[in-house]
Design a binder for this molecule. Structure first.
Ligand code: SF4
Ligand code: SF4
Length: 181
């Protein structure tokens, strides 16, 4: 684990990330309770296939995600490494996340996925709006009128306390270059 990338002198960042996950989960559960037919869920990988850019994550998120990658079967990790290298060399848009399992349309590290992936579809930012066309269609049809969206500005403020932000491909390349890979 690349603990040296965590904010210096702050041993509690992983605990803070866990609290952030718990708070997001609570909001997601509240939204699902209001709208049981909400589309998002493991196995709906549409957003993972049409990312505007390579996912960005903080040092703490990477420290949480990396052990899950390390635990994958070696053949799967090798395939991810090839996808990472292709993406780093030629980042055509939209981006398909190299951590998406194409067969199941599910994230290979779902329980350890970045915060941006946990909030996507459930949180809104006043100046950025919604990005999932499927959910936007539901909104346009008036199906989600009573939903109280999460506030992504507040999430960003908390992420700013969790260390430097880098692209997933950058974190992966740094790990690959280290003796731990
Ligand atoms: S944001 Fe859209 S594509 Fe992504 S999981 Fe939710 S419904 Fe599926
Ligand atoms: S990390 Fe997982 S959830 Fe996030 S974009 Fe990649 S495949 Fe999708």
């Amino acid at each position: 684990m690349m603990r040296t990338d965590l904010p210096p002198g702050d041993a509690d960042v992983l605990t803070r990330l866990g609290q952030l996950h718990a708070d997001i989960d609570a909001r997601v559960q509240a939204i699902r309770a209001e709208a049981p037919a909400w589309l998002c869920g493991k196995g709906c990988g549409g957003c993972c296939r049409r990312l505007a850019a390579v996912p960005q994550l903080t040092a703490t998120e990477w420290a949480f995600l990396q052990p899950a990658l390390a635990a994958l079967p070696s053949a799967q990790l090798s395939a991810i490494a090839r996808a990472m290298a292709q993406l780093a060399a030629h980042a055509a848009r939209p981006v398909t996340c190299p951590l998406l399992d194409q067969a199941s349309d599910a994230c290979t590290v779902y329980a350890h996925r970045p915060v941006a992936c946990r909030t996507y579809g459930f949180y809104a930012q006043r100046d950025k709006g919604l990005y999932c066309g499927d959910i936007e269609a539901q909104v346009a049809a008036g199906q989600l009128a009573d939903v109280v969206w999460g506030n992504h500005d507040a999430i960003d403020q908390r992420l700013a306390q969790l260390g430097e932000t880098r692209a997933l491909t950058d974190w992966f390349a740094r790990w690959q270059a280290s003796a731990a890979f």
